[in-house]
Design a protein. Structure first.
Lengths: 577, 381, 315
């Protein structure tokens, strides 16, 4: 079951405009076609030649391993500043993926010294970033101070303090009283007040998520397609968005947000029509031989970008079901930890409310996850006329061809109604008016280093929760990732406040003709917080410890390295399942 | 006296064992998987199986009973094999050796987390109790002295309003009023945390050059060092002391209203009883001023039940400060346990609750001991 | 002496006219009415009981009726609008405003009275029944059973009440019934102790020995001698316990573990509204005041009852 982590678009948000698609190449490719990069002027030859590395050490591409699921075949360093990635399939999204926080480059020696994980690494992160960790008082705050040896411009405010509070009203009090300089996720109903307050500024965030109302087609009432369609047509989704969502949100015309290329192909979702819905419902009920429907409305009371006020929305849906369709639904607020498990196993027999946020901006990250062959049992049985075009669409490179396939898929989703997409939920950040460079990031990666907090020498940021750990190769919560972004850097970086990937620790990464080989050239003169110099082997080791489940440094905090599987699909030596 | 202490301590042992068992059972019965709490929507079967294995959660909880995927599974066949090799036994062994396990969420030892969180709760409790004692006893004396008058009703009203208002409402209202409405005025108070952002409190161990010290003495010093009031007083750091007090005022007010009512009530009824006794009549007949009679004679004798109640409140406030700590964003024990329950962080739930309960038992013992000092008639048997 | 009947002296000869027989209940009531605290508390309580009984008549809308589409121009989070106090006629009248689902807050607060009063009485009733059972058993039996039961009560008491309740509800599942059960369980030890203390103090008295010598059964002793003696502290503690129970269940509902939507319970109303507290303070204020007043009433009543029932305080 693949589900979204806990913040609005957390994972790599790939530059939408620059998707280079190439024909799907053959699986194995052990002969890298090296694209000659404009070789940088070489330094004066040093005494010893650089010890290059290859992973896997025997030089055989992992793509050749039977049953290998992953996308990366071979990584090798060519010299102190050059790393080469050999992929199994063309990946047009590569640059956005390598910009993701979990792929921040670590110093190989530091990884060795800390054993690749545990308290030593998780509570004492190393990195090349503009800030370095000064102290972490558990439960209280994290203090970052400027990195004097940073290769780029110094952070605009010398000290950054990160605190957390789970209550939106509490966060607002802190901001309004001037106790903090910026907050994450102000309450939807406070947007107006913040905008009207001259001492504050508000930055809405785009919605790369979807909130849906799900039904399991193997359970009593939901077996009948007409009943499901009646629900789809009988709920006034505009009313829900208008009443409960902050500005910047929209009614879902398709399951996938339209910002994602190819997301909104095919017909738009049904218009709200009570009469037609009632008629359909009556037909459906007649077919099933029932006269009334009494069901449950399951949800978890957890705030997400796609659902800022879960209980209120559920209450409204309950009311609409009753008023518009005569369906009696009892609200069932479940414990959050059990909810996901029961939903994924297909055990919820009523209507359930859930959502999803983008990992990377491609249709496959939305449609395939829920309606593809590998989707979990939440919606019950799958339909061939949906899974087939989806499977094809993921393997095709040409955008026009993909659009055609996804049109079919979307239309069939509309026909079969496994779920009702309701909204794409916006959120936002708010700051004191005198914070220059303040912004919000669609990925949740606000760059504190780019903000100047008036004339104060510290900037205080209040987010939703405490990070679990700061070794971001092995975390899954957005709260950790944001802090990691200040401390550690990856080969590429997302632009401030945006989603396009631009060079980070790598001056450039270039692809060969069919996008199966990427060669990255590192910057010179970059040092880590512990004083070590950045070189190509650091990059290789950083990737290898996540990729190879059998690597001695594959330790981390939980030893799971979840994000690797979402970015590059498979591990070397995966544990037997 | 020593016999009494020993006897009471021995009697406490079954209670403590019972507490350990109840804490463990409760923590483990709660349905749900810590893996899902940790990984959220990214949890899948493979990861959760690995997670369970690496944290020892795939062992039997008690002989024959396992938890798989967040659900209880009974395997009678494995009963003999898991008679000793189960999580409960391992836990008790750990506790006996002083190892309370590691937090599933943070990976830190529970004892470390406790050392960091307990001082905040202790400090908050002491401030709240001080306020409650001063205000409560004063109100109690006034209302007892002026029994059944308007003053009586009024003081009892004030005392009770605090305890009747839900602390979460009171806290938010106070925070808003003092932090936002009074913003910019000299009466402004910060709405959260223990210190202003960025203020670093030097550890006493460092200041006193005791960094080499290890073990329990060092733990005690670190603990006291984290009670910022103590830290500031000992180093005569008046700036820090001012910061701490300013940050503690609102939470202490919000939290203190609860014991305030109870202390006021107990003072009132206890004092009323005393004032009805013969010696008071005699004292008054002798011509002593009423104030002397009430305050110097009756009140001191009335103190015993009040002390009992104060002691009980102290124990109760520890874990009961959950809501106050949430509203005022204080990193204390109550909030840590609540968050741990939400994320199924078993070691933290078990460890913290155990410590709170043990603290309560010990405080009760101290209260009983104090009887002997306060009332010579009481003989500790 | 004439044969005429003796002159009527105004004395009824077959009935000795005395003062009305003393009754502990009438005395208590008299005492109670002299306690200003109790009178104040009692008055508030009677008011709330009346509101609860006549909730359907007093409320202007249904407690769970969503007004979108039903009422023109209905918006969420509108502040209170009372036409008599100057709110323009064009606006719909909502005494306490509307909440996040566009429901009338006044109606919800009014209906919430029923729920809260019911919570208080049921929870404490449950705790008293179980507690007295355990306490009398322990006190009467003495010895090891007493020890065992009291250690059990100690274990329960050692846990912070709210945390224990949260844990119990996490196990049993959320909902008003389960949270009442949880709070009830947590409250048992107090009543057990009171009962046990009474039993022990009475057990050895002469009149008990005498009664038993006369053949009185244990049950009879319990019900006719012991329980009435324990009644006073039980009632006082019970009244205060109701205040506590209402607050505790409200706290659980605030945390999302008690009353489930769309039920109109004060604690859950405040909990749902806490994040819009500054955009719509009326959502927290009105249920909060109602809650505070109800709890206050029970607290004052309890205090007054203690004064009235305690023989040592009677002057």
């Amino acid at each position: 079951m693949i589900r979204r982590p806990g913040r609005s678009p957390v994972l790599a948000f790939i530059a939408t405009a620059a998707i280079i698609v190439a024909a799907c190449g053959p699986a194995a490719s052990t002969a890298p076609s090296q694209e000659p990069s404009t070789a940088p002027p070489s330094e004066a030859p040093s005494a010893e030649p650089y010890e290059t590395m290859t992973y896997p050490a025997d030089g055989n591409s992992a793509c050749a391993i039977p049953d290998y699921q992953g996308q990366i075949g071979l990584i090798r360093t060519l010299d102190a500043r050059t790393v080469e990635f050999n992929l199994c399939k063309p990946d047009a999204a590569f640059l956005s993926k390598i910009a993701f926080s979990s792929l921040a480059i670590q110093d190989a020696d530091y990884l060795e010294a800390t054993g690749g994980g545990g308290e030593a690494l998780v509570r004492n992160p190393n990195g090349t970033g503009p800030y370095k960790l000064k102290s972490w008082t558990s439960g209280s705050d994290i203090v970052l101070e400027a990195n004097p040896d940073y290769w780029g411009p110094q952070p605009k405010t010398p000290t950054a303090i990160i605190r957390w509070s789970a209550e939106a009203a509490q966060r607002l009090v802190e901001l309004t009283s001037g106790n903090v300089d910026g907050i994450d996720n102000p309450g939807a109903d406070d947007f107006e007040a913040i905008k009207a307050n001259p001492e504050l500024q508000l930055f809405p965030r785009t919605a790369l998520n979807v909130f849906y109302l799900g039904m399991n087609n193997t359970k009593t009432y939901w077996k009948n397609e007409k009943i499901r369609q009646a629900i789809a047509i009988g709920i006034d989704r505009q009313r829900i968005v208008d009443t409960f969502y902050p500005p910047g949100s929209s009614v879902a015309s398709h399951f996938t947000p339209c910002d994602i290329p190819g997301g909104c192909t095919g017909d738009e979702w049904y218009e709200f029509d009570v009469t037609r819905a009632k008629a359909l419902l009556a037909e459906g009920m007649a077919e099933e031989g029932i006269t009334s429907i009494e069901t449950k409305l399951h949800l978890r009371d957890v705030v997400r970008g796609y659902l800022p006020t879960p209980v209120d929305v559920a209450t409204d849906i309950q009311d609409q079901l009753k008023t518009n369709l005569g369906i009696t639904a009892t609200i069932d607020v479940q414990d959050p930890t059990t909810y996901l498990a029961t939903a994924g196993r297909g055990e919820l027999d009523g209507i359930f409310l859930l959502g999803w946020g983008a990992d990377y901006p491609d249709v496959t990250n939305f449609l395939d996850v829920f309606f593809g062959v590998g989707a979990d049992k939440g919606f019950g049985d799958k339909w061939d006329d949906i899974t087939d075009p989806l499977a094809e669409g993921g393997a095709v490179a040409d955008q026009a061809a993909r659009d055609a396939l996804y049109t079919t898929a979307n239309n069939n989703i509309k026909q079969h109604v496994p779920m009702v997409p309701i909204a794409h939920g916006g959120s936002g950040t708010a700051y004191r008016a005198d914070v220059e460079g303040a912004h919000s990031s669609a990925l949740g990666n606000e760059g504190l280093f780019a903000m100047k907090a008036g004339d104060r020498d510290q900037i205080v940021w209040l987010q939703n929760g405490e990070p679990g750990g700061l070794y971001c190769a092995d975390v899954t919560d957005g709260e950790s990732l944001r802090v990691c972004e200040q401390i550690a850097e990856a080969l590429y970086s997302y632009e401030i406040g945006g989603t396009a990937a631009e060079p980070g620790l790598a001056e450039k990464c270039e692809a060969n003709a069919d996008s199966t080989v990427w060669t990255c050239t590192l910057r010179e003169g970059v040092t880590f917080h512990d004083g070590a110099t950045l070189d190509a082997n650091d990059v290789l080791v950083t990737y290898a410890v996540q990729w190879d489940a059998a690597h001695p440094l594959h330790v981390g905090q939980e030893g799971l390295f979840e994000y690797w599987s979402y970015l590059f699909a498979g591990y070397l030596n995966p544990p037997a399942s | 006296m020593t016999r009494f202490i020993i006897r009471r301590l021995i009697l406490s042992i079954p209670v403590l064992i019972g507490i350990v068992f109840v804490v463990f059972a409760l923590a483990r019965i709660i349905p749900g998987d810590p893996c899902i709490a940790a990984l959220g929507e990214r949890a899948n079967e493979r990861s959760c199986a690995e997670y369970a294995a690496s944290h020892g959660l795939d062992k039997a909880i008690i002989p024959g009973i396992f938890r798989v995927d967040g659900q209880i599974e009974i395997r009678p066949a494995e009963f003999p094999a898991t008679l000793v090799d189960n999580q409960f036994v391992l836990y008790v062994q750990g506790v006996a050796a002083g190892d309370f396990g590691r937090s599933l969420k943070f990976g830190l030892p529970v004892t470390d987390l406790l050392m960091q969180r307990l001082p905040a709760t202790v400090e908050l409790t002491l401030y709240a109790l001080t306020f409650a004692i001063i205000a409560g006893i004063s109100l109690g004396i006034i209302s007892a002295y002026r029994r059944n008058s308007i003053a009586d009703v009024f003081t009892m009203l004030i005392a009770n309003i605090g305890v009747s208002t839900p602390v979460f409402v009171l806290g938010l209202v106070l925070a808003y009023f003092f932090a936002v409405t009074l913003n910019g005025t000299p009466f402004e108070l910060p709405p959260s945390a223990r210190l202003p952002a960025g203020v670093v409190v030097p550890a006493l161990a460092t200041v006193w050059g005791l960094e080499g010290l290890q073990g329990p003495p060092r733990a005690i010093i670190d603990f006291l060092s984290n009670i910022f009031t103590f830290n500031a007083l000992v180093r005569a750091d008046w700036g820090l002391l001012g910061d701490v007090i300013r940050h503690m005022i609102l939470p202490a007010l919000a939290l203190g209203t609860i014991p305030l009512a109870i202390i006021a009530r107990m003072t009132r009824s206890s004092l009323l009883e005393e004032l009805g006794l013969d010696y008071v009549r005699t004292a008054r007949a002798k011509g002593l001023r009423d104030r002397t009679v009430v305050l110097r004679h009756a009140f001191r004798n009335a103190l015993l039940p009040v002390v009992t109640v104060i002691g009980l409140q102290l124990g109760g406030l520890f874990g009961g400060a959950v809501l106050t700590e949430t509203i005022f964003n204080l990193a204390g024990v109550g909030r840590a346990v609540t968050e741990a329950i939400g994320s199924r962080d078993y070691a933290v739930i078990q460890g913290f609750t155990l410590v709170i309960a043990i603290g309560f038992v010990l405080i009760n013992l101290l209260v009983d001991l104090s009887y002997a000092f306060l009332d010579p008639r009481v003989r500790l048997r | 002496m004439s044969a005429a009947a003796p002159p009527a002296l105004g004395l009824a000869e077959d009935k000795l006219q005395t003062a009305r027989p003393a009754s502990i209940w009438r005395d208590t009531l008299g005492n109670l009415l002299r306690q200003r605290n109790a009178v104040f508390g009692g008055a508030i309580l009677i008011f709330f009981v009346a509101v609860a009984v006549f909730a359907d008549q007093i409320a202007t809308h249904g407690p769970t009726t969503v007004l979108i589409g039903v009422e023109d121009g209905a918006k969420k989070l509108t502040p209170p609008c009372v036409h008599l106090l100057g709110c323009p006629e064009s606006q719909a009248e909502h005494y306490f405003g509307t909440d996040g689902n566009v429901r009338d807050v006044f109606s919800r607060v009014v209906h919430g009275t029923r729920i809260s009063l019911r919570i208080g009485f049921l929870t404490v009733g449950f705790a008293i029944v179980i507690g007295t059972l355990i306490g009398s058993l322990a006190g009467y039996a003495g010895g090891r059973l007493d020890n065992l039961l009291m250690r059990l009560m100690d274990v329960l008491l050692a846990f912070p009440a709210l945390l224990l309740a949260i844990a119990i509800v996490s196990v049993l599942g959320t909902g008003l019934l389960n949270s009442q059960l949880a709070i009830g369980i947590v409250a048992i030890p107090v009543y057990a102790r009171i009962m046990r203390a009474s039993v022990i103090s009475i057990r050895e008295r002469d009149f008990v020995t005498a009664s038993r010598a006369l053949g009185e059964s244990s049950m009879g002793l319990l019900s006719r001698r012991i329980i009435p003696n324990a009644l006073t502290p039980l009632i006082v503690q019970g009244t205060l316990g109701i205040a506590d129970a209402v607050l505790s269940v409200a706290a659980l509902s605030f945390l999302g573990l008690g009353a489930q939507p769309p039920e109109a319970e004060w604690g859950s109303m405040i909990g749902l509204a806490r994040n819009t507290m500054f955009a719509a303070p009326h959502l927290v204020l009105f249920p909060g005041i109602a809650l505070a007043l109800t709890v206050l009433a029970f607290n004052l009543l309890g205090d007054g009852l203690r004064d009235a029932l305690d023989p040592r305080l009677n002057r």
